[in-house]
Design a protein around this ligand. Structure first.
Ligand code: ADP
Ligand code: MG
Length: 256
């Protein structure tokens, strides 16, 4: 069933690796402005689920709709087939994705890393793109760092550059895969703060994280992923309560 209010909707999606489902028939939808935190044990399929939603990997079954439109696949003679690279590029335009390891180009300044993202998508003149890059750097608290190279920045600063680089493309949803897991503990806060401010401004977000505090305070919905499936899906005040299943309680006990 298509949910007319969903920004992104997954219908029974499955992703198989070497004969085993990493994501096993998951249905999920999120509406504009919702912030979903995904928790779960290692190997439960969280990253695969996020990469599927980001259209970085073709799914083996099911379908994904963005604002009601089929993405990542097309219908041909009554069957769903993978979209072409060109169609995929268009489908991905609304979706920003952040990884654990920043993925900045080391030989380019911060400013050029961000401008490159704009250039690849052919938006605006060089002067306009520079302005956009600088204002986005300001937004993530890094004005004054434009001409530095990634190696001159802390991990927290690099991750904020990566967020700025994603934001300049004006995504309608941002997917984060353990954005603070590679950071020293003292640098986690500054990245979470930027993410919290994005959430407050109404960005739709799905965040795979081990930061239970973020899930509790910034998310509107918390999911426990387990064996490629959604095991629990509750607002934080209920997720972090005795109402949650025994499995969820056991998981939380383990991570807290
Ligand atoms: P999580 O992010 O929750 O730790 P993943 O989505 O990374 O889980 O992995 C889920 C399962 O899929 C694991 O068993 C993992 O080994 C497998 N898997 C993930 N990515 C690949 C891949 N590119 N090739 C083969 N197996 C993979
Ligand atoms: Mg993962």
């Amino acid at each position: 069933m298509s949910n007319p209010h969903a920004l992104i909707q997954a219908d029974a999606i499955t992703k198989i690796y070497q004969g085993k489902p990493a994501v096993d028939g998951v249905s999920f939808s999120t509406t504009k402005g919702e912030v979903t935190a995904i928790l779960g044990p290692s190997g439960s399929g969280k990253s695969t689920f996020l990469r599927s939603l980001a259209l970085l990997e073709p799914i083996d079954n099911g379908k994904i709709l963005f604002e009601g439109e089929l993405v990542g696949q097309r219908e041909r003679r009554g069957k769903l087939v993978p979209a072409s690279e060109r169609q995929l590029a268009g489908d991905r335009e609304n979706i920003g994705m952040l990884f654990q390891n920043f993925n900045l180009f080391p030989h380019m300044s911060v400013e050029r890393n961000i401008m490159l993202a704009l250039g690849v998508h052919k938006r605006g003149s060089i002067a306009e793109n520079r302005d956009t890059a600088l204002s986005m750097l300001q937004r993530v608290g890094l004005d004054g760092h434009a001409s530095k190279y990634p190696s001159e920045l802390s991990g927290g600063q690099q991750q904020r550059v990566a967020i700025a680089r994603a934001l300049v493309l004006k995504p309608k949803i941002m997917l984060f895969d353990e954005p603070t897991s590679a950071l020293d503990p003292e640098l986690v806060r500054e990245v979470l703060r930027v993410m919290e401010s994005l959430a407050e401004e109404g960005m739709t977000m799905i965040v795979v994280t081990h930061e239970v505090g973020f899930a509790r305070n910034a998310a509107s919905r918390v999911i426990l992923f387990e064996n490629g499936r959604i095991h629990e899906d509750l607002p934080p005040n209920r997720f972090f309560s005795p109402e949650a299943s025994e499995r969820t309680s056991a998981f939380l006990e383990h991570v807290l």
